[in-house]
Design a protein around this ligand. Sequence first.
Ligand code: IMP
Ligand code: MG
Length: 178
Amino acid sequence: MSDTEPEVLISEEEIQTRVLELAAEISSDYSDADDLVMIGVLKGSFIFLADLSRRLSIPRTIEFIAVSSYGTGSVSTGAVRLVMDVRGNIEGKHVLIVEDIVDTGHTLKYLIGLLESHKPASVRTAALVRKAERAEVDVDVDYLGFDIPDKWVVGYGLDYAEQNRTLPYIGIVKPTDT
Ligand code: IMP
Ligand code: MG
């Protein structure tokens, strides 16, 4: 646990402005698609998905998928494990994976492969933040909120040991386990 208040990295206002911009871009890109399925990656994406999906001006449905790679701390265990698959049939549909953060890229890469095996019409990715300098695999983020430095961040869905997910801003905490 961290005993100090997270230091603000991206303010609530900056996030809301960016989410609106991304929603406009997505709405325009998918204006001809009537079958967009937004797949939120639990748990971290739940707030981003809620805000982003409500700002779209096109038809969309919502699904969730759950994976685990980090345990409860901030040190990667490497392997990605599927905890809960999507329930709906995504075959022939346009899929947009909605992630909170892209760190090494392993999770997103795994998810793209997994969802492609269900034969969707297309798979694209949205992530609120990305730690570009931590990338270990090459993975495209089609709709990116912000590139951030290599710091542990919390808020707007992101946690550190399950704490601080509901902060309205994204803040930096200092993990005690690294
Ligand atoms: P990746 O597979 O290394 O890209 O890791 C992605 C996952 O690691 C995210 O979905 C988060 O659950 C977690 N993660 C990585 N960095 C952070 C962070 O700074 N704050 C909170 N979660 C993080
Ligand atoms: Mg996550």
